[in-house]
Structure formats: structure tokens, C-alpha cells
Design a protein around this ligand. Structure first.
Ligand SMILES: Cc1cc2nc3c(=O)[nH]c(=O)nc-3n(C[C@H](O)[C@H](O)[C@H](O)COP(=O)(O)OP(=O)(O)OC[C@H]3O[C@@H](n4cnc5c(N)ncnc54)[C@H](O)[C@@H]3O)c2cc1C
Length: 446
């Protein structure tokens, strides 16, 4: 056993762990980082980035379909093999590059599973790491359904690496991962099913827009099975059979389980450092310190913080952790968090919900717009483009916004800027936006 001592040891090399490591190292602290899987973590290797490459192909296909007969002769089709090879060019070099950039910055790297021996000592294989500060940035992993035949249920990691896209694919769960992957498989021309245990998928998004998205995806061919529980999966010859109560039965080639993600805490021996946790992750205060150990921090998907499990949020948490390790006492104060479902059309949301606004009619005004006939959306032949903006009646400032359209990702980012700067839509009258573009529609949303 070899013993090492550092100012900071970070466990996990995803977006959050990497941010803490670089920030603290650049300010002169001795830093080590531990990773048990591949250097880089979820977002760049098996989450946002590879997913968005696949979404790009779906967008190209859908755009060309919408313009068929309007100047485009033939809709584009997806070659899964080529698409996977293209995706791989974004992923394959990441672990090596990330490792090299740690080493170049003077961050020491340990490959293996970290586990606590005490509240300042970790074991990684044959190495013992002692640290003044320890950061838990171990992320989360897909939940495994506890039903017979669960060995046939694959995960989002597997979907993003499927060498062949089967003719029929079923997603279990009604969250954004199922919807986005379904959208990709649909654009590739496959039979797609989404099974969800209740009738309220995408529960963090506007229910009217979710209903509109579901009905558009149904028209495009996605088979939704709502209020459907699953009790077992069996292999039958070349296919898989999913069954559930009330004689539910479905044959499919591949099943992807996307029923939520659980924090990676199982092998950390948290008890050895009296670190408290719940099923949602490691319990932290506003400074992202653990309950019994102010020098042990948790951030990102593993922390039971108030922040959503999204890359910009975990990076923000990590920056706060770095500041606190460096001697500040900074409490996390989340701004309004934009989130997007990259389906076709896209769904996005920020700030307060319509239900919350309706509860306080004296305080909030809801502006609903059907923008389908607006030039921006007619030009690209979108079948539906909707917007709802919530403003404060006194100040006119934007307090929430919800979009359903191919431009919903850009629109929600404009709203994030407006909300951060406490601007009103009227304030934008004096900004010159390039025309025609989605931004030039902003003032008309007032
Ligand atoms: C399919 C998918 C799509 C997504 N799409 C988006 C998106 O479009 N936009 C967005 O903002 N977010 C998206 N997310 C969420 C985003 O990827 C995560 O919120 C973010 O990557 C979490 O970062 P993290 O640093 O907390 O954890 P991770 O990136 O998961 O890093 C944790 C690291 O810790 C390592 N580790 C765990 N335990 C140990 C241990 N004991 N010892 C050593 N190492 C350990 C793991 O191997 C892992 O590499 C997506 C997620 C998925 C799964």
C-alpha cells in the first residue's frame, strides 16, 4: 500500500468532478482525481453529447420530410452504421484527452473504485489517499427494474452504442431520455414503443404541451402505452416479450429501460465517514458540504441538492464547491434552469409553471401564443409551434416560459438571458435582432 496526501481529492471525472479539480488546481492546491470507469463521465461519453449527434441526424431527416414537395424531392434517411461511426468520433478520444489534460495541469490521477476508510482517507486499489478536502462527484446510473427477465432490459448507455438499430424498439419510462431516443429511432424508420406506468410523462414540462407532443409523436407512429405496468420480460425465439397486468403483452426486439437514475453511492463505504444520504443522493447543505463533515463536499448528480441533474447545473454546483474549498463560504443560489426535450418538435421550459402562475392570478399574467402560422415556422413547415410566457404583472419581467417547436431550445435560452437580466419583452424593442430569425419574433411574444 502506498500513501499519498493532497489538499483535494475528487471522486469522479464527469462534468462536476472535472470542474472542481481544474478550479482548485489552477488556484495552487494539490489535487488528485479518481475514476473507476472512463475519464470524462456521463455527459461527454454516454449522455448529452453523443445523444445530440444522433439527434442531429433525426433533425436532418425530419426537416427534409417537412419540406418534401416544397422544394425537396426526397426525404433524407438515416444510415445507423455511419451515424454511429460519426458519433464515435466525438467520444473515442475523450478519455485519453481528459486524462492528459489532468496530467498536464498537475492533477494526479488514480484509476479505480474509491471507498472511504475514514473521514479523511480513501482507498483506491492498493493506494491510500489522504485529503484535507474530499469531493464526491460520482454521478448517477440507470435504475434497474426489479422484475424477472430484467437481464434483457438494456440502458441508455447501450442505446447510444447500439451497433444495429433493430426493427422494433421499446423504451420503458416516460422521461426525457425515452422521448428523445424514441424520436431518434422513429426518424430512423423503426417501430417504436414507449411504456409508462402512469398517464403523465415528462412531468416537469407543461402538461398541455406534453399532450400536444404525445399526439404529434403518435401521428408520426410512436406507440404509447400509458398506465401500463410491467411484470416480466421473456426471450421468445428472436424477440423479447414484455408482459404486465391486465393481459398487457408486447413483442419487441430491444428494450431500453429509462426509469430514472440512482446516485452512485453503493461502493463508497460512506458509513466509514458518517456521511448521510437518502435514496436521492448524498445529503448536503447550501454550501454543498455533507452533514457531518464540512470538509467533504458532494455535487452533481450524486448530491441530493436542489439542482436538476443537468450538465450546466452540475458544473455550477462544482464551481461553488471549488470556491468553498478555497476558503469562501458561498451558498448555492440556482438561477432559473432551462430544460429541453430534444424531440421533434422540441419541448422546453424555464421558471414557474402555468399551474403555479394560475394559483396567483393577481401576481402573474400568462400569455399563450399559437405561433404555428408565424413566418419562422411556416417557412420550415412545422405542424405545431406553441409558446406560453408568464410575466409578473407589476414589473412585466418574465418569470416562466414554455415552448413547443423546433426552435424551443433557442427560445428558452433567450428567456434564460431575459430572466437573469430582469428584462421585460418590451425592453427588447430597442434591440436589433437579425431578421428573419427566431430571435426577431421575441417582442411579438409580449
Ligand atoms: C442519456 C442521457 C442524456 C442526457 N442529456 C442531457 C442533456 O441533453 N443536457 C443536460 O444538461 N444533461 C443531460 N444529461 C444529464 C447529464 O449528463 C448529467 O447531469 C451530468 O453528466 C452529471 O455529471 P456528474 O459530474 O454529476 O456525474 P458523471 O458525469 O456521471 O460522472 C461521475 C463519474 O464518477 C465515476 N465514479 C462513480 N463512482 C465512483 C467511485 N466509487 N470511484 C471512482 N469513480 C467513480 C463514474 O464512473 C463517472 O465517470 C443526460 C444524461 C443521460 C444519461
Amino acid at each position: 500500500m502506498t500513501e499519498y496526501t493532497y489538499d483535494v481529492v475528487v471522486i469522479g471525472s464527469g462534468a462536476s468532478g472535472t470542474t472542481v479539480a481544474f478550479e482548485t488546481r489552477s488556484r495552487g492546491l494539490s489535487v488528485a482525481i479518481v475514476e473507476e470507469r472512463s475519464w470524462g463521465g456521463t455527459c461527454v461519453l454516454r449522455g448529452c453529447d453523443p445523444k445530440k449527434v444522433l439527434i442531429g441526424a433525426a433533425e436532418a431527416t425530419n426537416f427534409s420530410k417537412r419540406l418534401r414537395g416544397k422544394g425537396i424531392k426526397q426525404a433524407a434517411t438515416i444510415s445507423w452504421t455511419e451515424l454511429m461511426a460519426f458519433k464515435e468520433t466525438f467520444v473515442e478520444d475523450v478519455p485519453e484527452q481528459r486524462l492528459r489534460s489532468f496530467q498536464d495541469s498537475g492533477i494526479e490521477t488514480f484509476f479505480g473504485k474509491a471507498a472511504f476508510q475514514s473521514n479523511n482517507t480513501l482507498q483506491v486499489g492498493e493506494d491510500i489517499l489522504k485529503a484535507k478536502n474530499i469531493v464526491l462527484a460520482t454521478g448517477a446510473a440507470p435504475n434497474k427494474m426489479k422484475i424477472p427477465g430484467n437481464e434483457y432490459i438494456q440502458t441508455s448507455d447501450d442505446f447510444l452504442s447500439l451497433q444495429e438499430l433493430p426493427d422494433s424498439i421499446t423504451f420503458i419510462g416516460g422521461g426525457y431520455i425515452s422521448f428523445e431516443f424514441a424520436s431518434i429511432a422513429l426518424a430512423a424508420g423503426k417501430e417504436v414503443h414507449i411504456i409508462h406506468h402512469n398517464s403523465k410523462p415528462l412531468k416537469k414540462f407543461d402538461p398541455d404541451f406534453v399532450a400536444a407532443l404525445v399526439s404529434l409523436m403518435k401521428e408520426e407512429g410512436v406507440h404509447f402505452h400509458f398506465d401500463t405496468d410491467i411484470s416480466k420480460v421473456e426471450k421468445k425465439a428472436d424477440t423479447l416479450e414484455i408482459s404486465g397486468p391486465n393481459s398487457f403483452s408486447l413483442r419487441t426486439d430491444v428494450i431500453i429501460g429509462a426509469t430514472g437514475r440512482a446516485p452512485n453511492i453503493a461502493h463508497l463505504n460512506l458509513e466509514n465517514a458518517q456521511i448521510e444520504y437518502t435514496r436521492k443522493g448524498i445529503s448536503v447543505n447550501k454550501n454543498l458540504q455533507t452533514v457531518n463533515n464540512p470538509h467533504i463536499y458532494a455535487c452533481g448528480d450524486v448530491a441530493a441538492s436542489k439542482g436538476a441533474a443537468l450538465t450546466p447545473v452540475v458544473s455550477m454546483e462544482a464551481a461553488i464547491v471549488a470556491e468553498n474549498i478555497l476558503g469562501k463560504q458561498v451558498a448555492i443560489d440556482y438561477p432559473a434552469i432551462p430544460s429541453v426535450v430534444f424531440t421533434s418538435p422540441k419541448l422546453s421550459s424555464i421558471g414557474i409553471s402555468i399551474a403555479e402562475a394560475q394559483e396567483q392570478p393577481d401576481k402573474y399574467e400568462i400569455k399563450s401564443h399559437d405561433t404555428t402560422e408565424w413566418y419562422t415556422y411556416k417557412r420550415t413547415n412545422e405542424s405545431l409551434a406553441l409558446a406560453k410566457i408568464i410575466t409578473d404583472k407589476n414589473t412585466q419581467q418574465v418569470k416562466g416560459a414554455h415552448f413547443l417547436s423546433e426552435e424551443a431550445d433557442y427560445m428558452i435560452n433567450y428567456m434564460a438571458l431575459l430572466m437573469k437580466a430582469n428584462l421585460t419583452l418590451t425592453d427588447l424593442q430597442t434591440v436589433l435582432f437579425a431578421y428573419p430569425s427566431p430571435a426577431s419574433d421575441l417582442t411579438a411574444l409580449n
